[in-house]
Design a protein around this ligand. Structure first.
Ligand code: FAD
Ligand code: DHB
Length: 394
């Protein structure tokens, strides 16, 4: 058995774990990140694409924004498309300058890994068997094996940043967490397409046949999503079926159609809203998807993870600087206030734009009336915009 010691042991090298490690380093606090996948897998997994203004500002202020500012798309707002018409929400104007930034999650991850490794950071990939011990004690530890040897890292604190299927949340004694959730009867069919952008800004569309989203990744790679049955199989979706569905759902009165090209990736994701409370047990702190999940509509998942670790890093900084435990004590409540607003927004936008089999003609008329309202009332548009670009951190 080899034994080591570190201030903060972090499980998971997703956006939450990597950013936490980076913020702690800037505060002079050492950490070790244990990740079960390989670096190639972590850097190659395609997920979210939209960053809130606060996320961009934090990355920029902490020295991880250089490539983002060169390569990201900065949009004034988004388009909402319904009943064959398209309405623009100018979020930049409505929120006093906040923009929509399109920059893929795996690019953020590459930037964070690069900055951590350049600073001598300790990230260990390919560790499949992390286990937690002593989370009720003052000296919790992470156990795992590596190179055929049993290893143990003693920590002051453990940060559970290991996503929705991680080990940390499941290490808590039974009955310590309260769970709040909702599963939606639909999923997203996501595709990557080799083509130029079809639109200068994102298009969120609702149609009798269901939701569709036009997003982007680069001048030559686009990302698009269709509402689908969450239990469907990508094998049932040859390219021509995908394109005919996109053409139908994105159709406008003036004949707009998406630019088509080779489809290089297809995946189906289920949709759920889920919160576990509280986000702390003893010296274990949960952050990001390990504690909460949102449906993807509105792109809040990654941004909520960033907001959590920002608070956690500040709370740990206060502890190490002045033995002030008050921020650590408030961590869960402080996070949850904003998380529930993100949950509300993601649920609202999801139910506004998707079609459900249980919907009645009344429900459809109500959806269309609400879309008309939020694209014509300045007050309603402002509410949509301030949530989309991100509510203030505190
Ligand atoms: P994760 O990114 O899940 O990172 C957790 C890390 O922990 C992973 O690298 C994982 O390998 C590692 N890990 C897990 N278990 C262990 C273990 N036992 N030991 C060590 N390491 C472990 N959000 C949006 O806003 N818009 C989107 O379009 C969108 N699309 C998504 C598509 C998919 C397929 C998924 C799954 C999520 C999507 N999300 C989206 C959500 C968003 O990607 C997440 O909210 C975000 O990744 C949360 O970051 P995180 O660091 O908390 O967790
Ligand atoms: C993307 C994902 C989202 O969930 C969203 O609301 C907008 C864009 C994307 O992957 O580009």
């Amino acid at each position: 058995m080899t034994s080591e010691r570190v201030a903060v042991g972090i499980v998971g090298a997703g956006p939450a774990g990597l950013l936490l490690s980076h913020l702690l380093h800037l505060a002079g606090i050492d950490s070790i990140v244990l990740e079960n996948r390989t670096r190639e897998d972590v850097e190659g997994t395609i997920r979210a694409g939209v960053l809130e203004q606060g996320t961009v500002d934090l990355l920029t202020e902490t020295g991880v924004g250089e490539r983002l500012h060169r390569e990201a798309f900065f949009h004034r707002g988004v388009y909402l498309r319904f009943a064959g018409t398209t309405r623009h929400i100018d979020m930049q104007e409505l929120t006093g300058g906040k923009r929509v930034t399109v920059y893929a999650q795996h690019e953020v991850i590459k930037d964070l890994i690069a900055v951590r490794l350049a600073a001598g950071g300790d990230i260990r990939f390919g560790i499949p068997d992390v286990a937690l011990e002593g989370i009720d004690s003052q000296r919790p530890a992470l156990r795992f094996s590596g190179g055929g040897v049993a290893r143990r890292i003693e920590c002051d604190f453990i940060a559970g940043c290991d996503g929705s299927h991680g080990v940390c949340r499941h290490s808590l004694p039974r009955g310590t967490l309260q769970r709040f959730d909702r599963v939606y009867p639909f999923g997203w069919f996501g595709v990557s397409v080799e083509a130029p952008p079809s639109s200068d800004e994102l298009i969120y569309a609702t149609h009798e046949r269901g939701f569709a989203l036009v997003s982007t990744r680069s001048p030559t790679l686009q990302r698009m999503y269709l509402q689908c049955d969450p239990n469907d199989d990508v094998a049932n979706w040859p390219d021509d079926r995908i394109w005919s569905e996109f053409r139908a759902r994105l159709e406008t009165h003036d004949g707009w159609a998406p630019i088509e090209g080779p489809i290089t990736q297809k995946l189906i994701v289920g949709m759920r809203s889920l919160v576990h409370e509280p986000m702390r047990h003893g010296r274990l702190f949960l952050a990001g998807d390990a504690a909460h999940i949102v449906p993807p509509t509105g792109a809040k998942g990654l941004n909520l993870a960033v907001a959590d670790v920002r608070l956690l890093a500040r709370a740990l900084d206060a502890f190490y600087r002045s033995k002030d435990e008050s921020r650590l004590a408030r961590y869960s409540d402080d996070c949850l206030r904003r998380i529930w607003k993100g949950q509300r927004f993601s649920w609202w936008l999801t139910t506004l734009l998707h079609r459900s089999e249980s919907d009645t003609p009344f429900d459809r008329r109500r959806q269309l009336a609400e879309l008309d309202y939020i694209t014509s009332s300045r007050a309603a548009m402002t509410s949509f915009a301030e949530n989309y670009v991100g509510l203030p951190f505190e």
